[in-house]
Design a protein around this ligand. Structure first.
Ligand SMILES: [Zn+2]
Length: 448
């Protein structure tokens, strides 16, 4: 009889956690390749979506494109009983701000907020871009379909909204289409500053920019690998907790590759390998590609965690190019070059990461570590409201990912016996009753 009761309890707890996991698997199965194809086609057919292009026409230019995007979010909201707050966020950028702003322009982003039931002011954000360009960055009239760059990221964001709006989450989710990317990251800057002014507590930003190309300019074809770009530490360190890691402190205790954006990148990696084992996420230890930028950067500039999700193999003949035939090569970022199975996979990576993060309690804000000249590592952290327990993570100092972990239950300190502090990096995540984990907090206090 005792045995039976024990088994029954086990079964119930297993079921509750497997049901939660089932939600993420259901999301994996729900993202539609066909809808992504239709949306990218529609976006590419606006002729050009250049930031400085026509805003009056209903069929051509960035005005028509952003109104269409807003209509998609409005329709999604109608279908979920008005679960989205949809609005334009805009800033006037004056002529001459840089050499790509050749006339005054209103940079307009399209924002859709799915309000969290428990933490309405905590946000996980997914972004794609509205705007496109051709060879000359200031040519705002020539056809610039921008099918891969970046209708794919925009369509992925809309599709994620369609699916996740069918669920309720503890944290708020923002789906956003950003403008002005090609002219100097103006849309991201606008919304990041808006977020700061509104006092938004941002858990992380997943910026999607080019998520549909599988054939590299070097001929490599790969429909499994994708890149997660993250900066090592924030350049906007103002939090006194983080000051412990500046300058010499980092030399002695580590932390130079463990900023909040990097932890977010590891989170995406972990979720992907857990729920989409066929994919091959590649951690790239830099803000963005060599000397190039993307719309997560303005968020990072404001001190928020932000990463870029992107195809692994770019094709430069299909990026920022006038449509033309030259030396038997067809140039231009056109619809037929996009691989929608791959676009669907990368959209799914976003959707399950967003769902997991939006279901997780806040990460511990303070984690202290000690264990100098001892055979064990000791960790202490603050209790997080809404956490059922905590998970301690550690990894070899050269590993890009948190390879070892131990769920330690509802405690606020733990000693990893026999794990020598010198040989690993450590961190702590909060875990919800349903098993959803926060991003890992790297120790920000030293115990002597
Ligand atoms: Zn671009």
């Amino acid at each position: 009889m005792k045995y039976f009761i024990y088994c029954a309890i086990l079964l119930v707890s297993f079921m509750s956690s497997s049901q939660t996991n089932m939600n993420l698997y259901n999301i994996v199965d729900s993202i539609s390749e066909e809808r992504l194809r239709e949306d990218v086609k529609t976006l590419a057919n606006f002729g050009t979506r250049h930031t400085l292009s026509d805003t009056v026409s209903e069929t051509r230019g960035i005005g028509a494109a952003r109104r269409w995007i807003k209509t998609q979010f409005d329709n999604i909201s109608t279908a979920c009983d008005n679960c989205l707050e949809v609005f334009y966020q805009k800033d006037l950028v004056k002529k001459g701000t840089n050499n790509r702003i050749i006339k005054d322009v209103m940079v307009v982003n399209v924002v859709a907020i799915q309000r969290g039931t428990k933490y309405p002011n905590r946000f996980v954000i997914m972004s794609g871009d509205i705007d496109s360009r051709v060879s000359d960055p200031n040519d705002f009239t020539t056809d610039a379909p921008g099918a891969n760059d970046n209708a794919t990221g925009m369509a992925g964001t809309i599709e994620t909204a369609r699916i996740l709006s069918q669920y309720k989450f503890d944290n708020s989710i923002i789906y956003v289409g950003l403008s002005g990317e090609e002219q100097g990251l103006f849309g991201g800057q606008g919304i990041a500053r808006y977020a700061k002014a509104q006092g938004w507590n941002i858990v992380g930003v997943l910026n999607n920019d080019m998520i549909g190309n599988i054939k590299g300019v070097d001929g490599v074809i790969d429909n499994r690998t994708f890149r997660i770009f993250s900066e090592p530490i924030t350049t906007a360190e103002t939090d006194p907790e983080q000051l412990a890691h500046q300058n010499n402190a980092r030399r002695f205790y580590g932390g130079e590759v463990d900023g909040t954006s990097r932890q977010l990148a590891r989170y995406v990696h972990n979720i992907t390998t857990t729920y989409m084992p066929e994919m091959n996420p590649m951690m790239v230890y830099r803000l963005d590609r060599f000397g190039r930028g993307g719309h997560h950067k303005p968020f990072c500039d404001e001190g928020f965690a932000g990463i870029r999700i992107m195809e692994a193999h770019e094709n430069y003949t299909q990026q920022h190019q006038d449509i033309r035939m030259e030396n038997d090569i067809m140039y231009g970022d056109t619809f037929e070059h996009v691989n929608f199975e791959y676009c669907k996979k990368l959209t799914t990576v976003n959707a399950i990461t967003m769902a997991s993060l939006a279901s997780a309690p806040p990460a511990p804000s303070t984690v202290s570590i000690g264990g100098i000249v001892e055979p064990s590592a000791k960790l202490n952290w603050n209790a997080v409201e809404g956490a059922k327990g905590y998970k301690v993570y550690w990894r070899n100092t050269t590993s890009p990912t948190w390879d070892h972990s131990r769920y330690v239950g509802n405690v606020t300190s733990f000693t990893l016996e026999g794990i020598v502090i010198d040989n690993y990096y450590f961190g702590v995540a909060s875990v919800s009753a349903n098993g959803f984990e926060s991003v890992v907090t790297f120790p920000n206090k030293i115990e002597r």
